[in-house]
Design a protein around this ligand. Structure first.
Ligand code: A2P
Length: 338
């Protein structure tokens, strides 16, 4: 038996990956419902070799839908998520709209799959891309040695800000190559040959000076790990990469953990690939290698020079796949297996 599945934001960077991921993983889809804004209504998208009409998102569009994968931003999710749930769909939302809601589980299947079942609103939240790949890498170490503090710096790709942001990077890069000035259209400044912190200021209480992206990593880690005592110190940075987020992670545990023990744990963990090569120039996980891959790549596992309880890691993942579309589809797979 198959399911009627809707993708909300089907024309967007993540929505397109959701469709591809459903195809690639042979998710049992009987009918696909592609929804977007009124701007794209009437256009078509190819799914499993067939042209599918894109329709405008409305409460009526969810009639008969059993699984609704949302990636159309927080305001659409806030407005349409409950409508889809009321129509009988299990909603899996990639935006930040429902992540902090105590009645919506926030799930990384490798970390807290048990949380999926308890969803009184019928809405499951997909975490932020940066949080997902960090926790896939840290969970096996946490299980063994109990995380106490994470210091993370991110190197985030432009695709995380949507399709138009990638176009902005490309146009800026081309302008610089022609010796012309850049005219940013999506980013708040030059991203080509530059770094930016382009997120809104955090509105979290006590989060003064942090960006929204940074405090998301704090809150989401606590909720997913079920432990608000884990320290999280994030700095989020956008880099002129098309796709694939990288993270420099320092993690301290409740007990000493050796590099060898950590590597053994990571080698056998789900959803990741340990890059065990010794350090050499260029021999480490890179965004161009992670882009298009399902697994999170973890490398450069190093001891801390001072603290025997701490390790340094380099974590790279496809922010559109494991950081968004794939994680959402993996949640959907668990929902239909219930
Ligand atoms: P559209 O293509 O019609 O604008 P991205 O993250 O790549 O920018 O994509 C955002 C996705 O969210 C697109 O599919 C976009 O559709 C969709 N979207 C934006 N606004 C709305 C809206 N008000 N209702 C439904 N979908 C929306």
């Amino acid at each position: 038996m198959g399911f009627t599945v809707a993708v909300v934001g089907a024309t967007g960077a993540v929505g397109r990956e959701m469709l591809r991921t459903l195809e690639k993983r042979s998710f049992p889809v009987d009918e696909i419902v592609c929804l977007a804004s009124t701007r794209s209504a009437g256009s078509t998208i190819t799914f499993r070799g067939q042209e599918v009409l894109v329709r405008a998102t409305s409460p009526e569009a969810f009639k008969g839908v059993q699984i609704a994968l949302f990636s159309a931003g927080a305001s659409v999710a806030r407005e349409m998520g409950p409508a889809a749930a009321a129509a009988g769909a299990v909603v899996i939302d990639n935006s930040s709209a429902w992540r902090q809601d105590a009645q919506c589980p926030l799930v990384v299947p490798e970390v807290n799959p048990h949380a999926i079942k308890d969803r009184p609103r019928g809405i499951i939240a997909n975490p932020n891309c940066s949080t997902i790949q960090m926790l896939v890498a840290l969970e096996p170490l946490h299980k063994a040695a109990q995380l106490r503090h994470i210091i993370v710096s991110t190197y985030q790709a432009t695709s995380g800000k949507g399709h138009a942001a990638v176009e902005d990077l490309k146009a800026q890069t081309a302008a610089l190559a022609r010796g012309e000035a850049v005219h940013p259209t999506v980013f708040p400044g030059q991203i080509a040959q530059n770094l930016l912190c382009d997120w809104k200021p955090s509105a979290m209480e006590g989060g003064e000076g942090y960006s929204e992206e940074e405090t998301k990593m704090v809150f989401e880690t606590h909720k997913i790990m079920g432990d608000p005592t884990i320290g999280v110190s994030p700095t989020c940075v956008r880099v002129p990469v098309v796709n694939g987020h990288s993270e420099s992670v320092w993690a301290r545990f409740a007990r000493p953990i050796s590099v060898e023990e950590a590597k053994e744990l990571l080698r056998n963990a789900p959803g990741l690939i340990l890059d065990d090569r010794p350090y050499a120039p260029g021999a480490h996980p890179q965004p161009v290698q992670a882009s298009g891959r399902d697994e999170v790549l973890v490398g450069r596992v190093r001891r801390d020079f001072v603290d025997p309880n701490a390790l340094n890691l380099w974590v790279v993942g496809d922010n559109l796949l494991k950081g968004a579309a794939l994680n959402a589809v993996q949640i959907a797979e668990r929902v239909i297996a219930e």
